[in-house]
Design a protein around this ligand. Sequence first.
Ligand code: CTP
Length: 368
Amino acid sequence: MDIIKINDTSNKLYYIGGIVRDFLLNRESLDIDITYAGNAIEYCARFGDVLQINPDFGTIKVLVDGREVDFASTRTEKYEKKGHLPQVDRLGVSLKEDVLRRDFTINALAMSVSTGEIVDYTGGVEDLNNGILRVLHDRSFIDDPTRIIRGLKFAMRFGFDLDEHTKNLQDEYLANINYDMSYARVKKELIETFGYSGKMARGLQWAYDRFINDGIYRLVTPDEVENPSVNIENLIMDYPVEHQWLVFAGTLRDLSRLPLTRTEQKIVDDVPACGLSGDFEIYKAFEHVRTESILLYGILYDEYTARRYLDVLKHIKITVNGEDLKELGFPPSQEYSKCFDFVLKEKLKNPYITRDDELILVKKYYSE
Ligand code: CTP
């Protein structure tokens, strides 16, 4: 854990959640979450410049030693609408009450800022040592189904497994999904799982296989989805893309529930809806689309074609342009694009033709 100097002797201030888990696992943690068993807004402003205060959540962001630290008042929560963001119930509760609202025992650990003592009310240390993901109560996934994807994320990152009872609760939920849930949160967890590029014990393909074979994908769509035979992780390694998570999630086809950005929606819409044949047809279909759409085509229809485009066809470009045609005395018209296609077809057959050969082809096109 990154050391940040916080001089505090109250023994009411605790590192909480992922940072304690990552510290015990000897992994780097990005967020510094600290909880105060009381009113954090009143108490924690003393640690540095206050950047942000959210009275409804009892949270305060403070710049401590140049680092942004999130201090939260201990709280209980209630899920008035299952599957949606919980409401704050009571602020300034005991540490134990705060811890019991959390997802897995390994995320329910606290560490005193004053003494470094680990506070473990739920058996999180033992589960951490045994590589077990265990929910704190039987309604955990009903309250918050995104925890199922979180479980997958942690299983992939740490190489952990769900304990048997937790797996049964997951299966029960997946057999009775309430589709009225926050899909912004579902999307966030999908990105954190399939968009991950940090150190992980198991690979992205492992996570994808679990996602499909265990039926976790059903949180996103009720449609039946089969596991495609393509190794998506290998494809991603060969062709790194910005929206990596979407190359996995896009295989579900129905992403209508997820709040996609315009770019993400375009990636999904640009996947050709049927098989392509012949280099020219492939070239024209992929010429102006993002690599993500091409990879999705490769996974859903034909890996060879996607790879052929990305490895070979994509690099073939004709050099003649409108200026050349004008200089040759052909007036600008719709014929231009037909002429370019004519040259392109020939160049796809023989990529080594020269610029002079291309100009000869242009003349040939106009003479016919
Ligand atoms: N939490 C939860 N249920 C959720 C999301 C979060 O109980 N659906 C709790 C967990 O105790 C978690 C903490 O809130 O440790 C912080 O959540 P978050 O920052 O999303 O996760 P981290 O555990 O910090 O993991 P990461 O390394 O992915 O940031």
